[in-house]
Design a protein around this ligand. Structure first.
Ligand SMILES: Nc1ncnc2c1ncn2[C@@H]1O[C@H](COP(=O)(O)OP(=O)(O)OP(=O)(O)O)[C@@H](O)[C@H]1O
Length: 330
């Protein structure tokens, strides 16, 4: 398959993520996460885990992996080809905060995916808005955002959890007290981080935003602190967040229990288990217009002029290249 790297989408501790586009076309088709061979171990592990989640709703889909380069010259990179999230990460969507009615739907989507991850015997260990990707879906009646959990580079099998292994996992501001204080890793750390993510969606601010230094944040968390929940959050929202921030690990680790809470109950807020969020709101529609503008630009810049049917074009293109896509298309 002939592809080339386009613009860089992000850079993390384990590699860089680029747009991957077919030769002679600058229309993004996939995202490729690349790491030099000596740093590829995390990507190998991520690939192995993502293979287990083929077609799982709410989890980023990885099509295949490929080493590229010349072994004799030592220029080999290891690459994971994944579906491309046109909306970027949830951080882009958050802006100055998201209306609570929409946050409820997004939270339900993330919880549902988290349930699949925990049921398969994994702890993600780095839940945060940067690691949740947004996929715009056209519905005819509104903008539809589907969220998917990504970046499994730090995920661990629950059966292999070792005391102290939390030291080098996670992102400080999203870490739970037991993670900071004793390095204890259980599925409950993902629920705490989800609480931080929900708070961030509501307020538009990172957890512990009043504290500048990492050490201060760690100290506050280790002392048993809980991020502040604003008064204006609904009672259902407050209840949900307090449960996410419970000190007792046992009461925090069972995701199906959270799915029953009124804050996210499907029948009351739409956006059921398999549904995407249908959202309104000027800011979100503004983002939608921005995405549409980018699509138009991509089309204009392309050497050929793709038809409207090119979107979404990923499955057709891959099949045309003899590769069976594993993308679950809605
Ligand atoms: N499939 C994708 N589609 C669009 N953007 C993506 C995709 N995957 C990653 N990105 C962008 O690249 C950023 C970094 O990706 P990712 O978190 O997977 O890398 P990482 O090296 O594991 O990062 P970190 O070390 O910070 O956890 C994401 O926050 C997101 O903005």
């Amino acid at each position: 398959m002939q592809w080339e790297k386009g613009k860089r989408l992000g850079k993390g501790g384990f590699g860089e993520v680029f747009v991957a586009q077919l030769m002679n076309s600058n229309i993004p088709t996939m995202a490729v996460k690349s790491a030099a061979e000596d740093k590829a171990a995390t990507l190998f592990a991520e690939h192995k885990i993502l293979t287990r989640f083929r077609n799982a709703p709410g989890i980023i889909q990885c099509f295949y992996d490929q080493p590229i380069g010349d072994y004799t010259e030592g220029t080999v990179s290891y690459n994971l080809f994944m579906e491309y999230a046109r909306g970027g990460s949830l951080t882009n969507l958050i802006g100055g905060g998201i209306p609570e009615s929409e946050v409820r739907v997004y939270t339900r989507m993330i919880l549902r995916a988290l349930y699949l991850i925990h049921s398969a015997g994994y702890v993600h260990c780095d839940i945060k808005p940067d690691n949740i990707l947004a996929f715009p879906r056209e519905t005819g009646t509104g903008v539809c955002w589907e969220l998917k959990i990504a970046d499994f580079g730090l995920a661990v099998e629950s059966s292999k959890l070792i005391q102290g292994s939390a030291d080098y996992r996670g992102t400080t501001r999203y870490k739970s007290p037991e993670m900071v204080a004793s390095g204890k890793l259980t599925p409950a750390v993902d629920v705490w981080a989800l609480g931080c993510t929900v708070l961030e969606m509501l307020t538009g601010r990172r957890p512990w935003s009043e504290l500048k230094k990492k050490e201060e944040v760690k100290w506050r968390i280790a002392k048993g602190g809980m991020p502040e929940i604003p008064q204006w959050v609904s009672e259902e929202g407050k209840d949900f967040l307090r449960r996410c921030f419970a000190k007792d690990i046992n009461s925090r680790c069972y995701v199906p229990g959270f799915l029953e809470l009124p804050f996210v109950a499907a029948d009351r807020h739409g956006g059921g288990f398999s549904g995407a969020a249908v959202v309104g709101g000027g800011r979100v529609l503004g983002l939608r217009r921005e995405i549409e503008r980018r699509w138009q630009e991509e089309k204009k810049q392309s050497k050929r002029s793709p038809a409207a049917a090119d979107f979404p074009m990923l499955p057709h293109q891959l099949l045309g290249q003899g590769i069976k896509p594993v993308l679950r298309c809605r």
